[in-house]
Design a protein around this ligand. Sequence first.
Ligand SMILES: Nc1nc2c(ncn2[C@@H]2O[C@H](COP(=O)(O)OP(=O)(O)O)[C@@H](O)[C@H]2O)c(=O)[nH]1
Ligand SMILES: [Mg+2]
Length: 293
Amino acid sequence: MRANIHWFPGHMAKTIRQLDEQNKLIDLVIEIVDSRIPNSSRNPLVDKIFANKPKLMILNKKDLADPKITAKWINYYQQHGQMAITLNSKDLQIKKEIIAKIYEVLAPKINKALTRGIKNPKLKVLIIGIPNVGKSTFINALIKRQSAKVGNKPGVTKGQQWLKLNEQIDLVDTPGILWPKFDDPQVALNLAFTRSIKEDILPKEEVAFGALKFFYQHYFAPLKEIYQLTYNPDVNLDDEVTVFNLMLEMQTNKFKVKSEDNIDRIVNDFLNHLWNNQLGLVSFESPLKENNE
Ligand SMILES: Nc1nc2c(ncn2[C@@H]2O[C@H](COP(=O)(O)OP(=O)(O)O)[C@@H](O)[C@H]2O)c(=O)[nH]1
Ligand SMILES: [Mg+2]
């Protein structure tokens, strides 16, 4: 995506300072990412700042991702010695599983404390992740009262407080805002596909073109079902005119009105389907290669 995105990290430096301060206080980092784009939805700074801490990865929004690819990701993390689980944070029954996982990851610390005669050491857990991955939803599912504000737009979390998970475990939300990394255009597109970038600053047509190319190659079924496209193995998706014409064809099929050059209507319709998760269970990133399959 051409980088005309201007919600850029003025206060990133401040966030890094705040995270550095947290580092002294915490025992465990829970990093939440979007199951559909586990790499694009993280900031590599997390590993740098918390290199010395145990970490639990949560692949959230598993209910929206392609289960086959999610399984590959879990396998990938296992092979790299990283504890990782998949989750739907909207499921209110996750508390038991998460507490068990926290004890599992922190077993070495708990045992060490025991040898020193400390029975139930306090465990401080930092929840971290870029905007919109579901941090507040996750925390709300764990802590009964509606403590963390949930938004369907990026960047809702403000302020900070420790929350009691049980007598032993305290949680805290990311201080500041941890922006994703936009340098790679594919990362920016992936964030746009999953609605992790504010809508009003997106080049919509570009995002729709990118999504159409991706679906054509990886998930053709919804294009056939919703827009009556016919698969052509010889199509050249690197040619902008071809993609534009596919858009026009989708528009004609869906709305039964022919237009020579205006594709606004289909761009909006297609993006709405994408953002409302009406194109099926989709993963935009696979573990084996850097970008998409
Ligand atoms: N389908 C689905 N949606 C989720 C899940 N977790 C969070 N969401 C939605 O994602 C959006 C952002 O969530 P929020 O908790 O505000 O993210 P935060 O910015 O990281 O705190 C909201 O619309 C949530 O309802 C999940 O596991 N599955
Ligand atoms: Mg939040």
